[in-house]
Each structure stands twice: as C-alpha cells, then as structure tokens.
Design a protein around this ligand. Structure first.
Ligand code: G3H
Ligand code: 13P
Ligand code: ZN
Length: 340
C-alpha cells in the first residue's frame, strides 16, 4: 500500500473509537521496530520525523526508508508525518519530500521556543492548510503550549506559566474553524522528554478534563496528545542497572491516554519511551558482554526492545487489529475530497 494521508487513519480511528500511536523515528532500526510491531498486531501506523530527525538522517535517507517500509508491508496503511513543523517552509519542504501529513506548530514562533500570538498561529496554520489540502496532505495544528523540555522543541514552561498556556476550549473551536486543520494538538499539562512529573500525575497537573471540554465543543475534530510517553519505571531501571543515571520521573499513565481516547484523542505521540527501551537494551549488551563490537549485536536487541514498547502501545490505544480493514486513499483522491 502506498503511504496514505494521515486523515484517513484518524477518520477510521474516530469511526471505530480508537487511537493511533505516532512514533518518532531517526533511523532504520526505529522504522523497522514500528513495522515489526504493526505487522504483528495488524495495526495502521503513523511514523513521524521531527526537524531534528530530518537533519540527523537527511531527508533522502528518511524518504527511502519510509518507502521501503511501506513497500515491504503492503498490508499496513502508513502515514509519514512531519512532527512539530516550525514554519510553513518546513511543512512545504516535508510535503516535497513525500510526507503525507504535516504538523504546523504555530503555538510557538519559528524558533520553536517562544510562545506565539493566537493571530500568528492562525495565520501560519491556515497558510499550510491552504497548500497542503490541494495536495491531499493532512495538517495538524497546535493550540496552547506544552510544558518544559530539556532540549529541542518546547517553550520550557512550568508551574503557573504552563497552566496559563493550556488549550482554551472556546479558542480551540475558533482555531479549527479559522484554519481548517484536520487535527488539533492540545496542551493539557504534558511535556516532551523523560522528566514530565515528579510523582504519578493527578488531575491537578495532568488536565484530562480539558480534553473532555474541548471534545464537547469540537466533537468532530481529531485531538492529538503530545508528550504522551508513560516513562515506565522498568525501562528506567534497566538503564540505571547497566550504568545509566536517570532520576526518578513519571510520565502519562496509559489509562489516562485511554480516557482521552474516549473523548476524541485520535493521535498519541510517543518518542521518549522508545528512546528509553533502545538505550536500556544497548547498555545491557555493553555491560554484560563488553567484548562485543559489532553494532548488530546491540542494535538488534535495541530494535526488539523498541518493538515491544510499540506493540504494547498499539494494543493499549486500540489500533491493533484494524490495518486490514482500512481502505487506502491516494493523495489525489484526498485532495478531491477537500474540494481541490
Ligand atoms: O518533539 C519531540 C520529539 O520527541 C522529537 O524530538 O526534536 O529531539 O527529534 P527531537
Ligand atoms: P514524548 O517525549 O512524551 O515521547 O513525546 C513525544 C512527542 O510529543 C513528539 O511530538
Ligand atoms: Zn510533540
């Protein structure tokens, strides 16, 4: 099956009340891990690349790896998504590279750090929608800002400042109407990376009620949860057991994500959990068999460890079992649906 527009996957998920994990990739092993889990569980997949991933791996490598994944797994509907596009130019270059979906994250300015004005966000998101839809490409927007981040994309907000940047349900309805975006990423107290919460999050820091309010206002909009790694203790423990040094931390419990899925969440972004699984597996090989030096000796277990996490999430989000029930739609047909 050729790569499909992400909208197809989200529409199907909405019709059948499940969520789809969107897993970040930077290299071949991560893409293979996702496809291993998808074929095992018969799941549709969203594979996403950040700007950092695109510059790390080079667009040409990424494009060919994604095409290889879809060629080798024709039964799996797969969308290739730009994660956190910081400007229309980034989104347009992703579309040129064959991405079937882009995120225009206008919640932050082009530096990927400073919170932007609402007007700026509407303007850049609409500019991307206007072009992307004529080509059948899906657009995800973001309203509100995620919490802090150690590095990479994010405003570094915490405490009251972070609370002030949660998504406002009224404004969300206005934003979707004004931009025509297909999916909306919402800020509900999560953040990127391993250090999200200092204890298991309760409703005062992880605002699932905000999702419920947004869904009540926008029942037909596909909602997206970023920063949705669960930061499992057993993965942190493996890293620490084999020479790592990671502090105590808590992520987004899977049951809270499942609650979100009952209220319109259709795309769930997971990167950190896979990074933890890969790092733990590699550390274990280095520690237990220090004489090994063939990269395959540690990349193979790393790939398996990531595939296990992805498989668990695919089952928990409810996307398992649906791949062969989704009909492929081409970008050209999708453009026609948008009226292009
Ligand atoms: O946006 C956050 C994702 O985990 C991607 O991270 O920008 O370091 O590739 P990155
Ligand atoms: P995590 O860091 O929680 O995995 O979030 C990833 C993400 O939101 C990518 O956009
Ligand atoms: Zn994100």
């Amino acid at each position: 099956m050729p790569l499909v527009p992400m909208r197809i996957l989200l529409d199907h998920a909405a019709e059948n009340d499940y969520g789809v994990g969107a897993f970040n990739v930077n290299n071949m092993e991560q893409i293979q891990a996702i496809m291993m889990a998808a074929t095992k569980t018969n799941s549709p997949v969203i594979v996403q690349a950040s700007r950092g991933a695109r510059s790390y791996s080079n667009d040409n490598y990424l494009r060919h790896l994604m095409l290889a994944a879809s060629e080798l797994n024709p039964q799996i509907p797969m969308a290739m998504h730009q994660d956190h596009g910081n400007s229309p130019a980034t989104c347009f270059s992703a579309i040129q590279q064959g991405f079937t979906s882009v995120m225009m994250d206008g919640s932050l300015e082009a530096d990927g750090k400073s919170p932007a004005t609402y007007e700026y966000n509407v303007e850049v998101t609409k500019a991307v929608v206007d072009v992307a839809h004529t080509l059948g490409v899906t657009v995800e927007g973001e309203l509100g800002c995620l919490g802090g981040i150690e590095d990479g994309h994010g405003a570094g907000l915490s405490g009251d400042e972070a609370l002030a940047h949660l998504t406002d349900p009224e404004q969300a309805a206005d934003f979707v109407e004004a931009t025509g975006c297909d999916a909306l990423a919402v800020a509900i107290g999560t953040s990127h990376g391993a250090y999200k919460f200092t204890k298991k999050p309760t409703g005062d820091v992880l605002k699932m009620d905000v999702i419920e309010k947004i869904h009540a206002k926008l029942p037909n909009c596909h909602l997206v949860m970023h920063g949705s790694s669960s930061v499992p203790k057993h993965l942190m423990d493996i890293i620490n057991e084999f020479g790592g040094d990671m502090g105590e931390s808590y992520g987004v419990p899977v049951e809270q994500i499942q609650r979100g899925i009952k209220h319109g969440v259709r795309k769930i972004n997971v990167d950190t959990d896979n990074r933890l699984a890969i790092t733990g597996a590699i550390r274990r090989v280095f520690h237990e068999t220090p004489g090994k030096f063939d990269p395959r000796d540690y990349l193979k277990p790393a790939r398996i460890a990531m595939a296990e996490v992805v498989e668990e999430r695919m089952v928990a989000f409810g996307q398992a079992g649906w791949a062969d029930k989704i009909k492929a739609v081409s970008l050209v047909d999708m453009a026609a649906r948008y009226g292009g």
